[in-house]
Design a protein around this ligand. Structure first.
Ligand code: ASP
Ligand code: MG
Length: 461
């Protein structure tokens, strides 16, 4: 069986949805469909939640109306009776509930991660009901069911982790009978629920993750992730217009690329594939004949050693500066503990043992929370002068060059430094993944695009 996942732009309009229906119909094998919300809807739902918590009722009303109008219009264009009437009634019911949730947030003046998850889940509910309407109008027997009944997670709202055992049991119990009857289940991505049934989300972009979670639960032969590019490219085409699609990536390469900011798949997407051992194929719903990128366990050793370059803007370094005196406090373990407590991932970590300095590269928006917590952790040492300071350098960017064989190829480092030297980009940190799969560099934010372009030209002709 297959899991087919379609992202926000792939379901962003009636025409896009009709294209998706065609792709679904072109597969003969049993298929589970996972969808994102229509493009932009999750953002709008979250913006409205914050507006609600500030008491801005007018802004909230206009967001809900706009979302309603967009779904109604698409439904009128792609869904026929007898499916249209009940679909529009379902939209009304959900938008009504959503309205009441927003009013509650207004009264409470709060938009906690838990509330945000509940609000955000409506985007996927709406797109799935719409897609079922489109499929049924074409004579495809399709059915949507709540992700809350399928994907069981912990209660880390906003970034929940799936619990595979109950998820596998629920997915098999609820989805297998539908597949046996040749009904296409259409499952909202991104959403799950705690064991108490409280709605959670898997983090922004998490619908990809839903697809591979269900792929693992159901022993899928393949998971296909459809977006609006021809698979995974050698770089972001917005920065490198000559970027080309890659035919093949390893799980490790895909994980590194998404971690360092390649938007095409969610960073945790390949984790279930590692255990389930099924390939993940990244395809373009607007160019369905194109094979896309296949992601499997075995690295493709042939070809250039740098396969793709990913980047993230708006990062900073946070440095814990030790005293440099022998026998000073060991900062590394405790500083890493702070990141762990704040559930913050560092893109890379640089340490100097004799100086007892340790520096992390983080998303800039995480800096103030991390600095506050580090100052707390090392308050005594700072008073005694054993930790000299906790410093932030911002307006940086990080990029990673990714390829399974990078660590085993001599001369790459020299070429990277030569290119960065030639364009005059200062390096504020760098690291090689212990596996050798990525080299990552931190540069000034305003040099990031130049660096990525120049290195793409050097390594990916
Ligand atoms: N709709 C959610 C988001 O925008 C999840 C997804 O699209 O994967 O983040
Ligand atoms: Mg996505």
């Amino acid at each position: 069986m297959l899991v087919l996942k379609f992202g926000g732009t792939s379901v962003g309009s009636a025409e896009a949805m009709l294209r998706v229906a065609e792709i679904i119909r072109s597969h003969d094998e049993p298929t589970v469909v996972v969808l994102s919300a229509m493009s932009g809807v999750t953002d709008s739902l979250l913006v409205a939640a914050h507006a609600a918590a500030r008491g801005e009722h007018g802004a909230v009303r206009s967001v809900v109306e706009k979302i309603g109008r967009r779904h109604h219009e698409a439904a009128r264009a792609a869904v026929t009776e007898p499916h249209l009437g009940p679909l529009l009634a379902q939209f009304e019911a959900w938008l009504d509930t959503l309205d009441r949730v927003y009013s509650a947030l207004g009264l409470l003046r709060e938009a906690s991660p838990r509330s945000l998850d509940m609000v955000a889940s409506y985007g996927e509910k709406l797109s799935c009901a719409l897609m079922v309407g489109v499929l049924c109008s074409q004579g495809v027997n399709a059915h949507t069911l709540p992700a809350e009944a399928l994907v069981r997670t912990d209660d880390n709202f906003g970034e929940a982790m799936p619990l595979m055992e109950p998820t596998t049991a629920a997915a098999r119990e609820r989805l297998a009978p539908l597949l046996a009857e040749r009904i296409v289940p259409v499952v909202p991505g991104f959403t799950g629920a705690t064991s108490e049934g409280v709605t959670t989300t898997l983090g922004r972009g998490g619908s990809d993750y839903t697809a591979t979670i269900l792929g693992e639960a159901l022993n899928a032969d393949e998971v296909q992730i459809y977006s609006d590019t021809d698979g995974v490219l050698t770089a972001d085409p917005k920065v490198v217009p000559v970027a080309q699609p890659l035919p093949h990536l390893s799980y490790a390469e895909a994980r590194e690329l998404s971690f360092f900011g390649a938007k095409v798949i969610h960073p945790r997407t390949v984790l279930p594939a590692l255990d389930g051992c099924f390939p993940v194929r990244v395809r373009n719903s607007f160019n369905p004949d194109f094979e896309g990128t296949i992601i499997t366990a075995d690295p493709e050793l042939a070809g250039g050693s740098v396969k793709s370059i990913a980047y993230t803007r708006n990062v900073c370094t946070v440095t814990v500066e030790g005293s440099g005196r022998p026998g000073g406090p060991r900062v590394a373990g405790r500083a890493l503990g702070v990141l762990e407590r704040l559930s913050t991932d560092a893109f890379l970590t640089n340490a100097s043992s004799p100086e007892q300095n340790l520096s992390f590269v983080l998303h800039a928006e995480r800096a103030s929370a991390v600095v506050r917590e580090l100052k707390d952790e090392f308050a005594d040492e700072m008073r005694r002068g054993e930790v000299r300071g906790i410093n932030v350098r911002d307006r940086l960017g990080v990029f990673a060059m990714v390829g399974e064989t990078l660590g085993d190829t001599s001369g790459i480092g020299a070429r990277v430094w030569a290119v960065l030297g030639r364009i005059g980009a200062t390096v504020h940190g760098f690291a090689q993944a212990p596996s050798g799969t990525s080299f990552s560099f931190v540069v000034d934010g305003d040099r990031l695009d130049d660096a990525v372009r120049a290195l793409h030209e050097e390594f990916i002709p």
